[in-house]
Design a protein around this ligand. Structure first.
Ligand SMILES: Cc1cc2nc3c(=O)[nH]c(=O)nc-3n(C[C@H](O)[C@H](O)[C@H](O)COP(=O)(O)OP(=O)(O)OC[C@H]3O[C@@H](n4cnc5c(N)ncnc54)[C@H](O)[C@@H]3O)c2cc1C
Length: 302
């Protein structure tokens, strides 16, 4: 007979790794599957200084510490990307490129990826003045000049947040009005150190080793201009990593996984944690907390 695990955790970022610690301590028969390298999005983060107990650490070091912690407890992380799932029965199938695993419960911890602009030099300067997270990296730009790209709630919130830190904030938006809710817009328009550049797209992010300027194009006149900035914050949204789910759990607004207060999804025995789920805050502390809660909940279900 084929082996049936108590639990399969999909994704080895902070959410999945925290779930693994709780699963190991609950003596569950479980597996943790990862697509690339364990550690998740924080491995791409310059520095973390808002996670309790960690004064200041590079994202890579924190990711390595988390992975080491889990491995020291005897957990083996399997590198095997999940490409499909079948949650229709009591015994669920988790399908990777090489194997079909059977399990009684699943924790989905596959996170989200920031949408990229597609501007010239975006990849090269990522982490060197170009970032996708104002809450995480804003403090680095005290009294500096920064640009936020986007026009939705997150972009406007980021611009407001950065206006308290930076000397000057440009908000670059491709339309002639913002999509953000009116209350946020009103707060933004009152700020003296925020300048909105309408109808414009970023063509290039330039700088030798660190961001020095951006080249923007006015969509009406097609004119190019250059803005000297120390940092660029891209806030055009995140995409959840849900391709392998094929709509087998309920989503909110077609994107984020809907969970109840126990972090169970619409499919019984299937839980979702961290950035992938419908949540107001996407930060390490949330993912770690979710991992613990989901495993405590599913242990009762088992
Ligand atoms: C630039 C940047 C800076 C940040 N700085 C901070 C900060 O300073 N402080 C803070 O608290 N937060 C910060 N964050 C947010 C933080 O990184 C996330 O909230 C956190 O990593 C989410 O953890 P997670 O486990 O939910 O998802 P992730 O960290 O995204 O981990 C998901 C994991 O699942 C894997 N995966 C995806 N698909 C599959 C699949 N099909 N099969 C198997 N595995 C899969 C991925 O490879 C990844 O390892 C930052 C984010 C960014 C982008």
């Amino acid at each position: 007979m084929e082996h049936v695990y108590d639990l399969i955790i999909i994704g080895a970022g902070p959410g999945g790794l925290s779930a693994a610690i709780y699963a190991q301590r609950a003596v569950l028969d479980f597996l943790i599957l990862e697509k690339w390298f364990p550690g998740g999005e924080i491995a791409n983060t310059f520095e973390v200084e808002n996670y309790l107990g960690v004064n200041r650490l590079s994202g890579m070091e924190l990711a390595e510490k988390m992975v080491q912690h889990v491995q020291d407890l005897g957990v083996n992380i399997t590198i095997d990307p999940v490409v499909n799932v079948d949650f229709s029965g009591d015994i669920k199938k988790v399908i990777t490129e090489s194997t079909t695993y059977l399990t009684k419960t699943v924790v989905i911890a596959t996170g989200a990826s920031a949408k990229k602009l597609g501007a010239k030099c975006e990849n090269r300067l990522g982490g060197y003045g170009l970032t996708y997270c104002a809450t995480c990296d804003g403090f680095l730009y005290k009294n500096k000049v920064v640009a936020v790209v986007g026009g939705g709630d997150v972009a406007v919130e980021d611009a407001i947040y950065l206006s308290r830190i930076a000397k000057k904030v440009y908000l670059i938006h491709r339309r002639d009005e913002l999509r953000a809710i009116k209350a946020l817009q009103e707060r933004l328009f009152k700020l003296d150190n925020v300048e909105i550049i309408w109808d414009s797209v970023v063509e290039e992010i330039a700088g030798e080793n660190f961001v020095e300027k951006i080249i923007i194009k006015n969509k009406n006149s097609q004119e190019l201009s250059s803005l000297e900035v120390n940092g660029v914050f891209i806030a055009i949204g995140h995409s959840p990593n849900i391709d392998f789910l094929h709509n087998q759990v309920e989503l909110v607004e077609g994107s984020w996984i809907k969970t109840d207060s126990h972090l169970e999804t619409s499919s019984q025995g299937v839980y979702a944690v961290g950035d992938i789920r419908d949540t107001y805050l996407r930060q390490i502390v949330m993912s770690v907390s979710d991992g613990a809660l989901a495993v405590s909940s599913l242990t009762k279900y088992l």
